[in-house]
Design a protein around this ligand. Sequence first.
Ligand code: ATP
Ligand code: MG
Length: 307
Amino acid sequence: MAGVAVKDDHYLIVAALDIGTTYSGYAFARRDQFNKDPLQIDTNIWKSGTQLLSLKTPTCLLLDSNMKMEAFGYEAENRYSDLVEKNEHDEYYYFHRFKMSLYKAKNLSKELIIEDITGKSASALDIFSMSIKALKEHFLNKIREQITEIHIDDIRWVLTVPAIWSDGAKQFMRSSAEKAGISPNKLRLALEPEAASIYCQYLPTEKLEGAEKGLPVAAVGTKYMVVDLGGGTVDITVHEKKNDGSLKEICHASGADYGGTSVDREFFKLIESIIGTAAMNEFKGEYIESYLDLLRYFEIKKRNFDA
Ligand SMILES: Nc1ncnc2c1ncn2[C@@H]1O[C@H](COP(=O)(O)OP(=O)(O)OP(=O)(O)O)[C@@H](O)[C@H]1O
Ligand SMILES: [Mg+2]
């Protein structure tokens, strides 16, 4: 696992926050249950507003004209659509698909500025920290339904980052988490493909699609490739299970920004080549609702594509 050692071992709950390029979510586990059943992991089921239920919510942030958070996730998507429909959206800020700005930034610093959907500027550190805070607060509300007496110091936090990111980008996430009110000595960064790889150690073979019976990835000496296809990045590594139960990284993580959003980007480039750049800019600028609809529609088509 990446990140500095967390000295404070007095925690009851581990809460993992996962900010993704397209979708974000969180999961949590009780420390006392982990030894009995490591797969006792709880999460939130997000509702899109219609019938759709999912384990993650879109990475969308809606801010008011004073840059105060209005909504995150499906709620932000729906509220922004309503505002656009009523033509009341001008003063608002709407950020989506901003995670990769940390991968792309040259000379990344805490002063990095990113643009919202209409080109309005904001501090990236604020946008990332508000997103982390939204997940954190959602989790705290949820856990308080289960354990009313929970104290913030009882929680150890994990924040996921792509393995191929630079140290600077990972540090940026750490700073964003601190700004979101997570104490640095309670926080551990986890590399996304490593988290998936560790999770697979605990899965019974029946649940691993394509796995040979009796040959789980958990067998000592097993070498396997982890291919993490996300919305922003593709991360590829090879791990080996060691005698002491730990995992050794045999190949350095490699990959690039070849995630699912690169397919969306190419699709929009194709449309632009047909209708022209001026029409595309007008479409994105003046008809935001239709633009967001097209993104959503393409997402459904992509998911149902049968090669
Ligand atoms: N069946 C499918 N076929 C093609 N693409 C898919 C399918 N299902 C999901 N995707 C794409 O996968 C991406 C979402 O994956 P995931 O939730 O792992 O990414 P993320 O966590 O948002 O991104 P990252 O971890 O890279 O920052 C989206 O771009 C989505 O369009
Ligand atoms: Mg992800």
